[in-house]
Design a binder for this molecule. Structure first.
Ligand code: GLU
Length: 409
C-alpha cells in the first residue's frame, strides 16, 4: 500500500464515523496546488546534477499552509502529498491557525557537500519563492534538512521579497529562530508519552522505552524522557541498533553520537537488529525514523503496550488493525509529533511581532498546547469508542471541514 493510500485509509475511517458526504471527502482530500520543479546545479566535481523538487499545498481553509521540507532519495509526488495532507490534520488537531503543505527534493543529502546543499536549496527557492511566504505557505525542517538549510531559504527568499524572517521556521536561533524549536518535536513526543502512560495507570518514571531512529526527533525524545526518569533500553539509527536491558546512559550516548555519528559501538551496550528493536520487551515503542516500518508482518511481534508515532506514517493500516485487536494503544503521528509544528508556530508569531520569548515560555506554551490536544483526542476517543487515531482525524477533519464551509466554497 502506498503512502497516499495509507493516509486516505485513515481519513476514510474517520470520515465514516463522521458520516461525511462523498463530495465533502473529495473536496478535503484534493490538494490545492502541486508544484514540481527541476533543480539543476553544478556539482563539486564539475558535473551537472539534475534533481526534482516538490511543494504540495494541501489545504488552506484554516490559514497559511505549513509543513516541512524533506531531502531524501525516496521523496516523490505521492509521498509528499500524503505528508502534506497529514500536516493539514496535524495543524488542526493542535488548533494552530494553519493549513497543511509539504515539500522535498529527491536527493541523498549524505552524498552532497555543504556547498552543494546550499546551492540545491537556493535553486529550489528560486523556483518556488512565488508560492511560499509568511501568509501563504511556510516551510520548516524535516528529514534531511536542518536549521542551516532554513537559514539559506530565508536568505534566498529575502533576495526576492525583502526582510521576511517569518517566511520559514526552524531557523538558527542566531537568525530569528526560536529557542526550543530544535528540541520541540522530541519534547512533544515526551509530553504525549507521559500523558498516555498515565492513562494506562503507569508513571513515566521507570517506564521502559525503545526508540527507532536517533536523528533530531529520536535523540531529543530519548534525552527528555531520560530526564523525566524513563529507562531507554534500546535505540537504533540508519546504521544499526544497540541495547542495554538495565537502561542506556543517554547523556553519554549523545556524546558518543556527537563524536562518531552512530549509536553503534557505544560502551556498555550490545548490538541489536531493527527487527529485535521493534519486538523489544518494553512498555513504549517509539518509531522516530521513516514511514511504513510497522507492517502486518512484524505487528504481531511487538511487545510494547503503547506505541507513540514520532515519525510520520510509521504504521501501515493492516498493522494498526492488529494493534487494535491486540489492545496495543497507538498515539498517532498527527498528535504525537505535532510539537515541532507547534513551536514553528511560536517562531512565526515571534517573527511577526519582533519579540522573542525565552525558552521557559516556549516550553510552557508547548506543554499547554500538547496536553490540551491530547486531552481533546482522548475524550473524543472515549466518547465515540474509537481509537486515538480515528479520534484525532475526527477532530482535525471536523475543524478543517467547518472552516471550509464557514469561509464559503
Ligand atoms: N516537519 C515537521 C512535521 O512533519 C514540522 C513542520 C513544521 O514545523 O512546519 O510536522
Amino acid at each position: 500500500m502506498s503512502s497516499i493510500e495509507t493516509a486516505q485509509r485513515y481519513f476514510h475511517l474517520a470520515a465514516d464515523v463522521m458520516d461525511l458526504s462523498s463530495n465533502m471527502r473529495t473536496l478535503l482530500l484534493t490538494p490545492l496546488r502541486e508544484v514540481k520543479v527541476q533543480i539543476a546545479l553544478e556539482l563539486d566535481n564539475g558535473e551537472i546534477g539534475t534533481f526534482i523538487g516538490y511543494r504540495i499545498q494541501h489545504d488552506k481553509a484554516r490559514g497559511p499552509m505549513k509543513g516541512g521540507l524533506r531531502y531524501h532519495p525516496e521523496v516523490d509526488a505521492e509521498e509528499v502529498l500524503s505528508l502534506a495532507s497529514l500536516m493539514t490534520w496535524k495543524t488542526a488537531v493542535v488548533d494552530l491557525p494553519y493549513g497543511g503543505a509539504k515539500g522535498g527534493i529527491s536527493v541523498d543529502p549524505s552524498k552532497l557537500s555543504q556547498g552543494e546543499m546550499e546551492r540545491i536549496t537556493r535553486k529550489f527557492v528560486d523556483e518556488i519563492h512565488d508560492v511560499i511566504g509568511p501568509d501563504k505557505d511556510i516551510p520548516a525542517p524535516d528529514m534531511g534538512t536542518n536549521a542551516q538549510v532554513m537559514a539559506w531559504i530565508n536568505n534566498q527568499y529575502e533576495k526576492f521579497h525583502g526582510f521576511n524572517p517569518a517566511c520559514v521556521t526552524g531557523k538558527p536561533v542566531e537568525l530569528h529562530g526560536a529557542d526550543g524549536r530544535e528540541e520541540a518535536t522530541g519534547r512533544g513526543v515526551a509530553i504525549v508519552t507521559e500523558a498516555a502512560l498515565n492513562k494506562l495507570k503507569q508513571s513515566v518514571q521507570g517506564a521502559k522505552i525503545a526508540i527507532q531512529g536517533f536523528g533530531n526527533v529520536g535523540s531529543f525524545a530519548a534525552r527528555i524522557l531520560h530526564e523525566m526518569g524513563a529507562t531507554v533500553i534500546a535505540v537504533s539509527d540508519a546504521f544499526g541498533g544497540i541495547q542495554n536491558k538495565q537502561g542506556l546512559d543517554i547523556p553519554k550516548l549523545l556524546e558518543h553520537v556527537a563524536a562518531t555519528r552512530k549509536v553503534e559501538g557505544f560502551a556498555g551496550s550490545e548490538p541489536i537488529s531493527n527487527a529485535e528493536l521493534l519486538a523489544a520487551e518494553v512498555d513504549v515503542l517509539i518509531p522516530a525514523a521513516i514511514g511504513g516500518v510497522l507492517t502486518k508482518e512484524n505487528a504481531k511481534d511487538v511487545r510494547a503496550k503503547l506505541i507513540i508515532e514520532a515519525a510520520n506514517n510509521p504504521t501501515m493500516p493492516e498493522a494498526d488493525e492488529i494493534f487494535e485487536d491486540r489492545g496495543i494503544l497507538v498515539i498517532p503521528d498527527i498528535l504525537a509529533n505535532a510539537g515541532g509544528v507547534t513551536v514553528s508556530y511560536f517562531e512565526w508569531v515571534q517573527n511577526q511581532q519582533y519579540f522573542s520569548w525565552d525558552i521557559e515560555r516556549v516550553r510552557a506554551e508547548l506543554t499547554k498546547m500538547m496536553s490540551s490536544a491530547f486531552d481533546r483526542v482522548w475524550k473524543l476517543a472515549t466518547e465515540k469508542k474509537v481509537s486515538p487515531r480515528v479520534a484525532a482525524y475526527v477532530l482535525g477533519i471536523g475543524r478543517v471541514g467547518r472552516a471550509t464551509i464557514l469561509g464559503g466554497i
